[in-house]
Write a protein that binds this ligand. Sequence first.
Ligand SMILES: N[C@@H](CCC(=O)N[C@@H](CS)C(=O)NCC(=O)O)C(=O)O
Length: 242
Amino acid sequence: MELYLDLHSQPCRSVFLFAKAVGIPFEFKLVELSAGHQYSEEFGKINIMRKVPVMKDGSFVLTESVAILKYMLQKHSSSVADHWYPADLQQRACVNEYLSWQHMNLRAQGSKVFLLRALFPVIMGSEVPKEKMDAAVQDLNQSLQMLEDKFLQNKPFIVGDKISLADLVAIVEIMQPVATGLDLFEGRPKLTTWRERVKKAIGEKLFAEAHEVIMKVGSLPQKMENNSNLELLKPKFQKLFS
Ligand SMILES: N[C@@H](CCC(=O)N[C@@H](CS)C(=O)NCC(=O)O)C(=O)O
């Protein structure tokens, strides 16, 4: 099995972490997004959407991290512990509930804050207006509050006592804006102890390995300078943030 990944990307980290944590062997195919490799002719043949992650299992190609996670899990169901995606009807439904919610909430808002803080100035050549940044951080905080109040409540993990795909997908999204130096855990003891539990369940070393590149996100602007693909990103940013 091949996984096309760039660990700067949150969904790539969830797929990478899951495969590594449960011992599914794969070949790591790097698609360096900051160098524009997603726009290459070769990658276009693998994913017309030009996004990572992508999984290739023989001739079968699959995009979308959540679909990839579930595919890997089902393919290796005999060796993957039940808690990742419980067979119990209602527990599984709760994992699915979180996975359905997160796209338009924690992921959308966390990505927005990340893009504004890490990339907007280098792509647009100007600072982000303060009101825009404040509003984006406020939206993200609302999602974090929802994660605590609706999904975590007083449980150790989103679905009960053990880690599931829901916790994995949540943590990688939160770490994206955190990597820009925004301490989203400050004043959130519940979220902080959950983060530590998730790290431990995944393995601290593996967690650090997956997050190594994003924690050095400060060097991304230099990597992107003189990159002809910057021009491709400008209209995208204009559309997203005007
Ligand atoms: N819904 C998709 C999101 C994939 C996605 O947005 N990938 C981003 C990185 S986080 C990407 O490849 N972007 C490249 C581009 O837009 O040029 C998933 O969960 O896999």
